[in-house]
Design a protein around this ligand. Sequence first.
Ligand SMILES: Cc1cc2nc3c(=O)[nH]c(=O)nc-3n(C[C@H](O)[C@H](O)[C@H](O)COP(=O)(O)OP(=O)(O)OC[C@H]3O[C@@H](n4cnc5c(N)ncnc54)[C@H](O)[C@@H]3O)c2cc1C
Length: 448
Amino acid sequence: MADPTTAPAPAEFDAVIVGAGLSGLVAAAELVDAGRRVAILDQEPEASLGGQAVWSFGGLFLVDSPEQRRLGVRDSLDLARQDWLGTAGFDRDDDEWGRRWAEAYLEFAAGEKRAWLRGKGLRFFPVVGWAERGQGRAIGHGNSVPRFHITWGTGPGVLEPFVARVRAGEAAGLVSLRFRHRVDELIVDGGAVVGVRGSRLAEDEAVRGAPSNRDVVGDFEVRAPAVIVASGGIGGNHDLVRSAWPERLGTPPAHMLSGVPAHVDGRMLGIAEASGARLVNGDRMWHYTEGIANWDPVWPAHGIRILPGPSSMWFDAAGQRLPAPLFPGFDTLGTLEHLMRAGHDHSWFVLTQRIIEKEFALSGSEQNPDLTNKDLRLLADRIGSGAPGPVEAFKQHGADFVVADTLPELLDGMRRLSPTACSTRASSSARSWRATGRPCTSSPRTCS
Ligand SMILES: Cc1cc2nc3c(=O)[nH]c(=O)nc-3n(C[C@H](O)[C@H](O)[C@H](O)COP(=O)(O)OP(=O)(O)OC[C@H]3O[C@@H](n4cnc5c(N)ncnc54)[C@H](O)[C@@H]3O)c2cc1C
């Protein structure tokens, strides 16, 4: 029996998790279910608990679901695997783990995922979206069928059960949630990561998603046999995005928007690497080319992604129609590559009032209050006349929108927004297109 005066004190926690976003909370909830003690550290104030997922649309990848079958969509694990491999383009030695992860995730998405989520109370909207259709070739990039299952309650609805589980763990004394704790270092001992060190940041009244101060008021150290880094991506840090930019996409755009809050700063990736983590595929990044500046921003350069249907006409900055299959919502990286080769960092959607009412949606929980708040009455309004409220607000106030009653006026507005790029090509293409109703345009930019 160990001498209680010399034996090391038992660790206070079984695991420490860096990041209280969705991935950190899911990991914590699983640990709580297993009766483990967990410290969750996050640099942001409690108001931002849940990270990006709170803002997200909550569209989930499921394969061969009852929702798909009800709509007559024929999906299978094999088809999803073919699509995944066609999109990932695994061709590097480093891809071994990515490949294995893909296989495990595909089996999860075609197997227990839906039942697991439903068991936690999640429900899905009966219409399945078709995100990223790709190039339309069997073994190429993209989803061959609709697989984008919209959660009833959007991003907050996805988070809800995991937050509840973590809060229950907190009440049971299993979880310690520590906000304003910024991890600056992983503690390595004998080749193993055994804990984290960092700075305590000053309290901050920042509302959810808004940037908070980085004033250091102290330090901390937490040790545990397992350390999980769930610190999110790099989309809020354009310097990092630019430094990892892949050659094949050309020069990074001069002007980018951020689809994510500033705390998605990628800083923890460098810290993990300095402690011996092997980072792979930094250049395999994802951007949306349909980003518009939020007229009511929460974070710097706040971009909102248009979830477009296919009917808008899409032109590059110089007015050249984008070639097939670069239709809205089909192949975002292919479109980005094309636009960057053309030399401008924005493009134009040209659409009519009817199209904006019928098939112009915006990504994000706050842009879809009906689905987020599970409000059936508001949802029914989508079928009525007029664009949904948030879309209409962008049309009225969005800096990237031009609304005009005639095509010449529309062209004048486009030239005002983009004086150097806009040529007359869009004018002739748009004239040959029989516009009905009030034309409007938006000029989307890259949104990371
Ligand atoms: C508008 C929008 C729409 C989206 N729509 C969808 C969708 O429909 N479907 C889909 O699958 N995905 C969607 N996403 C993406 C999805 O929401 C994110 O991929 C996911 O939420 C990321 O979760 P995470 O926990 O990995 O990272 P994050 O949410 O970024 O959380 C990471 C946390 O770590 C903290 N952190 C970072 N570094 C440190 C440090 N050094 N010390 C302490 N704390 C640190 C951060 O403060 C943050 O709270 C969307 C995202 C947005 C913004």
